[in-house]
Write a protein that binds this ligand. Sequence first.
Ligand SMILES: O=P(O)(O)OC[C@H]1O[C@H](OP(=O)(O)OP(=O)(O)O)[C@H](O)[C@@H]1O
Ligand SMILES: NC(=O)CC[C@H](N)C(=O)O
Ligand SMILES: [Mg+2]
Length: 529
Amino acid sequence: MCGITGIYLADHEINTAPEILESLNILQHRGQDSAGIITCAAKGRLFQCKGNGLATEVFNQDRVLELKGSMGIGHVRYPTAGTSSSAEAQPFYVNSPYGIALGHNGNLTNTDELADYLDNVAHRHINTDSDSEVLLNMFATNLDRTGKSRKSYFQHLILTLTTIFKCRINENDIFSAIAELHNQCLGGYACVAMVAGFGIIGFRDPNATRPLTIGRRKSSTVLDKYDYMFASESAALEALEFDDIKPVLPGEAVIISRNAITRKVLSINTHYTPCIFEYVYFARADSIIDGIPVNDARMAMGEKLAHTVLRILGEDNDIDSVIPVPDTSRIIALQLSQVIGKPYREGFNKNRYVGRTFIMPGQELRRKTVRRKLNAMRHEFEGKNVLIVDDSIVRGTTSKEIVQMARDAGAKKVYFASAAPPLRYQNVYGIDMPSRSELIAAYNTPEQISKILDADKVIFQELPDLIDACKQFTTVIEKFETSVFDGIYIEGTVSKKYLEGLESNRGEFDALSPIGSPNISGISNIYER
Ligand SMILES: O=P(O)(O)OC[C@H]1O[C@H](OP(=O)(O)OP(=O)(O)O)[C@H](O)[C@@H]1O
Ligand SMILES: NC(=O)CC[C@H](N)C(=O)O
Ligand SMILES: [Mg+2]
């Protein structure tokens, strides 16, 4: 996951960058590694600022003020391909054809083949290891194929003004280019793109693995016109007072231009299969992802997990209190405590200035951060049997530290319950789990995991219960993308060879440079550089 956002204002005199920055702050929980914004002003001039760090570290007031234009796109990154280098901060930009920028959430599974094609056939230079740069160049190549960008100067001259406008690019060209992408790019992708001087575009892969929503709000200055916004999560749209919020559909592209808003489902072979881990962990609780309120889904997970706990520990269990691991599991633990009839207690104090651990690069950094972030309150543990609840146990980094903290604080018994089933398989659609060897449940049974974590018992949610917890709120979603739990990947998106390659390349990825001080790649009016 990453956070993506795009805004098109009806009033072309107003700069959109301050609001894009606000939306990036709201989406910060989706990516802490880098942040970036590209805007477009009069005459199709693009302005960009991006670099490593949180949005508040990359942007200050002066930098935002230099980003001119009433339309733009933004990105916060959680690296899942390539490296953590500032060169891979998004959005990416290519000058030909037309000037296109793109922000991507997800992962491509055939990046190498596409990069070869771009090099050998399309003769496009790819400057980083990012799959998103490849995706953008595929889009650009497809758009170039419309031929309109290659008309001679003379041809342009002889066209009337209207014809010239139509000749540059139109909605159908963009739809064709994205339809072609669906045939070429495998994996998961939700994207925001911008074509200089034309408009912004939001599109999702045919399986809608990664989230994207669109909303509108009445322009405060232009009569009967609307501003439009795309964002990974509805919470960002609500905060900026956009309404009529709806998901972009599987295989759909939505174009917002001066002329109109145009939307089209471009693939005939679509399956509504969003990633279930969005509901478990990634998304904010106040977001609605593909029609499912995340908060409600998490409450339902707590309820289902409660029944599993009662089944395993018995109705007459010796639990004294239910303690969440802040932040994400709070809602789950509260609901669970009510169902099992035991008090909910906050036993860990969380330092609110430390970010999310799971999406940090590098195991050592993640481990240290858990200790810095959470501190056990002794009186909640001393002499007690506690049931600690978390949304998931992935690498076991958090749970191992947490159980130790509970024991150090004097807990008698430590039970540990996870609202997600055991994560056993690699993720290839935009979660940084490229290797099974780093997943604690890949090769260990729950009993072995209890021993590794030094817990008295570890209890996992059953997969059908997790699916039910989410599915009860929707009639349109066919099924969820659950490959991390069951190893079943979306048909045609991944080969055995690819998975093996990921597994063995893992060492390389882990050796990434850790997050350092923000490395600003600079504000630039791209045309002046
Ligand atoms: O088993 P692990 O590899 O440790 O991963 C799982 C943990 O990581 C996440 O917390 P995180 O600190 O990222 O975010 P949160 O504050 O939203 O809970 C998640 O909520 C679990 O607590
Ligand atoms: N988590 C994501 O969506 C990451 C997008 C892209 N694969 C990158 O690594 O930059
Ligand atoms: Mg957590």
